[in-house]
Ligand binder design. Structure first.
Ligand code: G3H
Ligand code: 13P
Ligand code: ZN
Length: 315
């Protein structure tokens, strides 16, 4: 399948424009019809380019054929500026499968391997992807997470600026994900005043002028969503995301893709919990799924406007 037949675009031009305009294109994760439509609704409302991100586990949850049928059914046109992106592809084979399905962008995440192994695998993906005009993101540095306590604040997990030019020149990737203190999931910081490593970001941006950088693990974790979840039967405590001022600051330093998944999951779950708690006699899933879809759209729109700076970019 050719992605252009589905009205999709790769990320090259959208990143050029984001760099020039000093904003970030949001990469929002989806895993079913409701979450796909929630993100597309937000893109249309906010007139923002958007990257539809699919993790390997989301891809196997939906199944490749079903996923592509849903994307086709969304009637996307090139002027919408929408890319379909494989998030955290773990192997050349995973990226190859996504390219064959009709993805317009892939991430090869070999960041846990040695520098040389990362270069080797990434180069193979770039060769394959570029033959199909598919853009490639790779990663240097390892994002920490709550399950990875030991490396949470250790320098060794941050991207080493000394490596970035060599990596980009050797691999010919189109964008680079870097580790500057963000992490996946809902528990990102120990303290409210914890800052991202803007010194590393500045150094990377200086060494790679006009090159698109990517921030993973960038959910803001809106506390009002946590409150709603807990008010209606959930139990999430101590969750903390990345401050929106810091994310906006990053968009002025060549970060032109910001990945958000957890915030959207929280919005969805908060709406489902609230709806089911308030209407205990309801057993029509379409009722709470519609509310969840709308809530997710609202979170996407809020973040496009307040964090990404990409609202109104589409005519
Ligand atoms: O970066 C990872 C995303 O949040 C995807 O998570 O593998 O549970 O879909 P997932
Ligand atoms: P969050 O868990 O912060 O939403 O990060 C999502 C992400 O990086 C997807 O690749
Ligand atoms: Zn990620």
């Amino acid at each position: 399948m050719l992605y252009s037949e589905l009205g999709l675009v790769n990320t090259n031009e959208m990143f050029c424009e984001a760099l020039a305009g000093r904003y970030a294109v949001p990469a929002f994760n989806f895993y079913n019809m409701e979450t796909l439509m929630a993100i597309l609704d937000a893109a249309r409302i906010a007139r923002s380019p958007i990257i539809l991100a699919v993790s390997e586990s989301a891809l196997s949850y939906m199944g490749g054929d079903m996923l592509m049928a849903m994307v086709r059914g969304a009637n996307i046109v090139p002027d919408d500026n929408i890319a379909l992106h494989l998030d955290h592809g773990a192997s050349v084979e995973a990226c190859e499968r996504a390219i064959r399905l009709g993805f317009s962008s892939v991430m090869i995440d070999a960041s846990k391997l040695s520098f040389d192994e990362n270069v080797k695998i990434t180069k193979r993906v770039v060769k394959l992807a570029h033959e199909h005009n598919v853009s490639v993101e790779a990663e240097l540095g390892v994002l920490s997470g709550i399950e990875d306590e030991n490396t949470f604040s250790s320098d060794s997990s941050y991207t080493r600026p000394d490596d970035v030019e060599r990596f980009v020149n050797a691999t010919k990737i189109d964008s680079l994900a870097i580790a500057i203190g963000t992490s996946h999931g809902a528990y990102k910081r120990r303290r409210d005043d914890e800052e991202l490593r803007f010194d590393i970001l500045a150094d990377v941006a200086r060494r790679l002028p006009c090159f698109p950088l990517v921030l993973h693990g960038a959910s803001n974790i809106p506390q009002k969503l946590i409150t709603t979840i807990n008010e209606f039967g959930g139990r999430i405590s101590g969750a903390r995301g990345i401050d929106e001022n810091q994310l906006r600051r990053a968009t002025n330093m060549n970060v032109c893709k910001i990945n958000v998944d957890s915030d959207l999951r929280l919005a969805f779950v908060a709406a489902v919990r609230k709806s089911l708690a308030q209407k205990p006699d309801n057993f029509n899933p379409r009722e709470f799924l519609s509310l969840a879809r709308t809530a997710m759209t609202q979170t996407c729109v809020d973040e496009i406007k307040c964090i990404m700076g990409s609202a109104g970019v589409i005519d």
